[in-house]
Design a protein around this ligand. Structure first.
Ligand code: GAL
Length: 659
């Protein structure tokens, strides 16, 4: 007896004495990543007792699809037993999940699709010799709504090192893209909309060694170019389409490209690109931070690849109550004019500062009496505010919904009419202003906003709530947005929220920025998905902490070219299997942008057949992130796609030629 005890002690601090039961719920669950909420110990995701098909369980883990938990068993566990199923509190027939257990890269067990009300499914698997286990919950392909999943009574029979939850293998932030060549390259949009008489402002985005001298052939009357900065200003009085030739010359050569200026009633002919303060500075935003962001946009090279808008989000106004006394004060002056808080002493000077760099300025408000942050909203002052934004010199308005719900509640009109009302009002007011103001609707997709966002005068509309960093969220949102692809076109864009990479806040807690929790491959997938979707590209990380990896993800001009393509198509999705999918987007030059994606926990081989994409055989293929030609491929292309990652291609009958 004594000898056994001594042996157990010698195995080390992780050792557990012979064949002990270790509950899953006793492990560190902060390592669990899931699609919604936080993992729960001995209760469901709704924080109620665990219950599957009417049967109660005292112990277990409540989670939400999609969910992944990596566990290091170090060969010390003999068995895993559990009962799995949809938690009864899910309360919707839409609730359906699929459990899967992967051991050292091999799928050991699958539940198949499980629905709400089904009896608990017993799990009893042999783990002898297994080092790494992954417990997974998938969504059965119908989205993750209501997918409350329980690992009930889940426990390991342990006879050696104790199980320990771990992070997935760490990925190095590898920079895939070569640095910009010294020779000039003109980037960004190839088409630009402006209204007759409105101030025109466009900085020709170009990479290449400075100094660069710019020239434009065929500029319409009323416009002039500063050849040293590449900033075009002025205004056009006569409607029409003007095809001009942009040129950029330096010591190493000249780049030129055709650029269409469309003077009419349409703005945002390609998805707007820029930066928005929200996910970094939240209610800490100041005039100084916004100016610094504008400086960084130019200095970092972001403006050279097409980023243009510097946008203030919520919290620039006064609030009746706030922890920062500088943000508390009268909401409006006696005439009803909105008063910025004391962190914004001179809005006109601020937009002037931004414009002088060839960039544009964005602002935010809400149709309700208060914004989401509790600051003064536009309710009953809409005309005054629209006029004020124009006078201050803003070029974009993000119009939220917050606190308007209270107004809508007392409105007898049908639901859809109520949803449209504040946006129709603001869009019409903006149209009356003597400058072009792009309108971004931010009401989280209510009433299928993509179906009517353009009709009410919006240029883009958020299709869902705030994005967050939940497991699989970027893929989920992209697949969902692709369902609304018919509404994506020049001047009207589905907006899946901002690019949340780099140093960035926690999306919901309004905390100080931290390193992006997404893996490097997830970040490459993020940017690729947004470009394939033709989404507005607004970086929302810290402009004062741009690192080389983040800049690489944000600034590859060939990736951005996919987003900015003048056809404005959102890619279509070709589903392959539960973990991988392919997206294809037709480009104006006849080529195709093709994204291979892997949502799974292990690398996956993905083959794309040209015929499946409706493409003709014999295509040249280019790796867009690496800016590298891969050759000519007869009928298909195969690549290994990293965990939660992408391979982004440009395929065409002709070899890709920059410009
Ligand atoms: C939310 C919106 C966020 C941010 C925030 C400001 O409604 O989705 O993007 O604008 O309001 O309070």
């Amino acid at each position: 007896m004594k000898a056994i005890l001594v042996l157990a002690l010698c195995v080390g601090s992780f050792a557990v004495s012979a064949a002990e039961n270790v509950r899953l719920s006793s492990l560190d669950l902060t390592k669990m990543r899931q699609g919604w909420g936080k993992p729960q110990i001995d209760r469901s995701i709704r924080e109620q007792p665990l219950s599957i098909g009417g049967r109660r369980f005292d112990h277990g883990v409540g989670t939400h699809a999609k969910s992944a938990l990596w566990i290091d068993l170090a060969g010390g566990s003999e068995r895993f037993t559990a009962f799995v199923g949809v938690d009864d509190a899910a309360g919707s027939p839409k609730a359906s999940v699929a459990f899967k257990i992967v051991a050292d890269g091999r799928t050991l067990w699958r539940s198949g699709p499980v629905k709400l009300g089904q009896p608990p499914i017993p799990v009893d698997i042999d783990l002898r010799g297994v080092r790494t286990l992954i417990l997974l919950v998938g969504d059965t392909g119908d989205g993750i709504e209501f997918d409350h999943a329980d690992w009930a009574d889940a426990a390991f029979v342990v006879n050696g090192p104790a199980p320990k939850t771990i992070d997935p293998p760490r990925e190095e932030p590898i920079i895939l893209t070569p640095p910009p060549a010294p020779r000039p390259r003109i980037n960004g949009p190839r088409v630009f909309g402006v209204r007759p008489g409105s101030p025109f402002l466009f900085k020709i985005p170009a990479t290449g060694e400075r100094p660069i001298r710019f020239a434009v052939a065929g500029l319409p009357k009323g416009l002039k170019l500063d050849p040293l900065t590449g900033i075009i200003t002025g205004s056009i009085s006569k409607p029409g389409t003007y095809v001009v030739t942009l040129r950029a010359t330096n010591l190493h050569g000249t780049a030129s490209r055709k650029f269409r200026i469309v003077c009419g009633d349409k703005l945002a002919l390609t998805p707007p690109m820029g930066w928005n303060h929200w996910y970094t500075h939240y209610d800490r935003v100041t005039d100084k931070l916004v100016r610094e962001a504008a400086d960084a946009m130019v200095k970092s090279g972001m403006a050279d690849v097409g980023y243009q808008y510097v946008s203030i989000d919520d919290c620039w106004m006064n609030a009746p109550k706030h922890k920062d006394p500088m943000r508390v004060g009268p909401l409006r002056d006696p005439q009803g004019n909105i008063i910025p808080n004391r962190h914004f002493p001179d809005m006109k000077a601020l937009t002037g500062y931004i414009h002088a760099k060839g960039l544009k300025a964005g602002i935010y408000t809400s149709p309700g009496p208060f914004t989401c942050g509790g600051f003064a909203g536009a309710y009953q002052h809409e005309a005054q505010d629209a006029r004020q934004f124009a006078e201050w010199g803003f070029d974009l308005l993000k119009y939220d919904w917050c606190s308007y719900g209270e107004i809508a509640k007392n409105d007898p009109d049908p639901e859809l009419v109520k949803l449209k009302k504040p946006y129709i009002l603001m869009a019409n007011l903006l149209k009356q202003q003597p400058r072009d103001i792009v309108l971004n609707l931010c009401q989280y997709g209510m009433g299928n906003v993509w179906e009517w966002g353009a009709e009410v005068g919006g240029h883009s509309w958020r299709t869902a709530g705030d994005l967050g960093f939940e497991l699989d969220r970027i893929f989920e949102v992209a697949l969902k947005n692709a369902e609304h692809r018919q509404w994506s076109k020049p001047g009207s864009w589905n907006d899946p929220d901002y690019i949340q990479i780099g140093k960035i806040g926690d999306a919901r807690g309004m905390g100080e920025p931290i390193d992006c929790p997404l893996s490097p491959n997830e970040q490459y997938a993020f940017m690729s998905l947004w470009c394939l979707m033709a989404a507005p590209l607004f970086f929302s990380g810290d402009m004062g902490a741009l690192d080389p990896f983040t800049l690489n993800v944000l600034c590859n001009p060939e990736v951005i070219e996919i987003d900015q393509d003048p056809l404005g198509q959102c890619a279509r999705v070709i589903h392959k299997d539960e973990d991988t999918f392919v997206m294809v987007k037709d480009m104006e030059d006849g080529s195709h942008a093709v994204g291979l994606f892997n949502r799974g926990e292990a690398p996956a081989t993905v083959t794309v057949r040209w015929s499946d994409l409706g493409l003709k055989p014999n295509l040249y293929v280019r790796d867009v992130w690496r800016q590298k030609d891969l050759g000519k491929f007869k009928s298909s292309f195969t690549a290994e796609v990293p965990r939660h990652g992408t391979v982004l291609l440009r395929a065409g009958q002709k070899k890709y030629k920059p410009q």
